[in-house]
Design a protein around this ligand. Structure first.
Ligand code: 13P
Ligand code: SF4
Length: 322
């Protein structure tokens, strides 16, 4: 604990020295979220992280999250230095959607509008007409469907099929998944609900359809926190990364928050409701990103032509959301 306190103190002074601000996602560990709050940074969902980074006057952004979040920040603010605690923090959706294959998929359907989730590489974004995050995806697809657009959706198949079902839009889905949300199990959730008959079920739409179907509220991380805050229930069963409990409990003090089950009957799961890449954002890694002169280990660079191309669909989302 003493060592943690030392890291925190050192991070605070480095943030000032470097004119830097810490931007963290709700899935990072509570101590990282608390540090972002304490130091005037932000803790939020993917959409808000992008907006905050773009609008903040600091010269340097340190992004505690996964690589696509750092890349998005750099695309929106090329003049800023964008650092990450580790460049190895990736995302199964990003990894599962290589640009060469995705580009072929798009080329095979030239009459389709290409909509990609923010959880993708800069190259995949550059191939897209729209970028969306989970808090705005439904509205954007509704808007495109109203214009009778046929849609290519990538990479999350669960989020894509949820949106297709909600909007009735014609969507061709890339078959990617989030290893964290894909583990939530409907059968075990049904059993848990029997033990807590008054609980409301909150589900992130990266979860399988069988789990989403049982939800009382479906939404992005920020929307789920809002649901816990505003719904009357005293108990919530929450199907998303457990990092969210820190802010959700703050937003809904006194309410009982329960993790939704991953894997049935003690069966192993790949991630057990905590993203292994989000978990890489520790205090030590943040300290070394800020202290290190070695930009190869921490700094995000995006090729100029790719950046300009990826900025178009990202800006389209941000203007739509404004
Ligand atoms: P949101 O915070 O936009 O809901 O995104 C969830 C996510 O999986 C980020 O990795
Ligand atoms: Fe990717 Fe899932 Fe981790 Fe989010 S929680 S970064 S979607 S693997």
């Amino acid at each position: 604990d003493e060592q943690k306190a030392q890291y925190k103190a050192r991070i605070k002074s480095l943030l000032q020295e470097r004119d830097a601000v810490l931007v963290a996602h709700y899935y990072t560990d509570p101590e990282i979220q608390a540090l972002a709050e304490e130091t005037g940074g932000c803790v939020s969902d993917s959409l808000e992280m992008a907006r905050f980074g773009r609008d903040h006057p600091a010269k340097t952004l340190i992004v505690a999250g996964v690589k696509f979040m750092g890349e998005t920040a750099k695309i929106l603010s090329p003049e800023k230095t964008v650092l990450m605690p580790t460049l190895d923090a990736t995302c199964s959706l990003d990894v599962g959607c290589p640009i060469e294959d995705f580009s072929k998929f798009c080329d095979a359907h030239p009459d389709h509008t290409v909509v990609v989730y923010a959880n993708t590489s800069a190259a995949v974004k550059a191939r897209a007409d729209w970028v969306v995050t989970s808090s705005i995806a439904l509205e954007i697809v509704e808007h495109l469907d109203a214009e009778d657009k046929k849609i290519i959706w990538g990479p999350d198949r669960h989020l894509g099929s949820y949106i297709a079902k909600q909007t009735g839009a014609e969507m061709l889905l890339w078959q990617g998944e989030c290893i964290v949300h894909d583990e939530f199990k409907a059968k075990a959730l049904r059993e848990l609900k029997l033990q807590h008959p008054d609980a409301a079920v909150l589900v992130h739409p990266e979860s399988p359809a069988s789990v989403v179907d049982m939800a009382d509220a479906v939404g992005s991380t920020s929307q789920l926190i809002k649901a816990a805050q505003t719904m009357d229930n005293d108990t919530f069963i929450v199907a998303t990364d457990k990092g969210i409990f820190y802010k959700m409990q703050q937003a809904a003090p006194g309410k009982n928050l329960i993790e939704a089950p991953t894997g049935g009957n003690g069966a192993t799961c790949r991630s057990c409701a905590h993203c292994p890449w989000m978990a890489m954002n520790g205090l030590q890694a943040i300290e070394s990103a800020l202290a290190d002169g070695d930009s190869d280990k921490h700094e995000i660079f995006v090729d100029d032509s790719l950046r300009e191309q990826a900025l178009i669909p990202l800006d389209r989302m941000l203007s739509f959301a404004a």
